[in-house]
Design a protein around this ligand. Structure first.
Ligand code: SAM
Length: 212
């Protein structure tokens, strides 16, 4: 049942313009219902964000697909995710063969998702903390994906990219944001592309919003 529901969801995402076959294939394999609270499972394959507790959400599948496509992940890439949340985005990246690091600021959510990764055998290195300053011990990264909306692009994250690496981050006000795709061209040159109109929960930390 859930496999056919998942295929319908992914066909819809393809119709909306996501073309990367590796992203679509990972979306067909990762069981989103395992990343949402039990009472939300009947709606797990609707293309909508869902509450996961702690005032946070699992992102809309189309948004996950679009952001992952923008990251241009290749097998073996080292990717940092800011905002582990339910763990779904990290599971998609792991399924695509990336070596994934992920940071969550809510301690209870961090612990819950760590347990889920262990249970499902998903290999993601996690920590609890402020992701706006990155995770310098494992830098540089081929890709960095931020799954919460920021007032600006944190400098620390840009500096933790390899040359040629990409940072995908929603930037704007607290209600709506533009998706920014930042490519590090050289030591201190960055190219920035924009994809308009997204709505994320706020990124909170030293280099973003100071409160919810
Ligand atoms: N990637 C998640 C998923 O697949 O479920 C989406 C989670 S939700 C849209 C964004 C998450 O970012 C929330 O869990 C929130 O607690 C977290 N967050 C906000 N500010 C953060 C920060 N500075 N560092 C790490 N996580 C942060």
């Amino acid at each position: 049942m859930s496999e056919s529901e998942r295929n319908i969801l992914v066909n819809g995402i393809e119709d909306k313009g996501v073309t990367d076959s590796n992203v679509l294939s990972a979306l067909r394999k990762v069981e989103r219902e395992k990343f949402v609270p039990l009472m939300m499972r009947p709606t797990a394959y609707r293309d909508i964000a869902l509450p996961i507790g702690y005032g946070q959400t699992i992102s809309q599948p189309y948004t996950v697909a679009l952001m992952t496509q923008a990251l241009k992940v290749k097998k073996g890439d080292k990717v940092l995710e800011i905002g582990t949340g339910s763990g779904y985005q990290a599971a998609i990246l792991e399924k695509m063969g990336a070596k994934v690091y992920s940071i969550e600021r809510h301690n209870d959510l961090y612990r819950k998702t760590q347990k889920l990764f262990d249970k499902l055998g998903i290999r993601v290195s996690t920590k609890c903390g402020d992701g706006t300053i990155g995770w310098s011990e494992h830098a540089p990264y081929d890709g960095i994906i931020v799954t919460a909306g920021s007032p600006e692009i944190p400098e620390s994250l840009k500096k933790q990219l390899v040359n040629g690496g990409r940072l995908v981050i929603p930037v704007g006000g607290k209600q709506t944001q533009t998706l920014k795709v930042v490519t590090r061209e050289s030591e201190d040159e960055y190219e920035i592309e924009s994809i308009p109109e997204f709505a994320f929960v706020p990124l909170i930390g030293r280099e973003a919003w100071d409160k919810e």
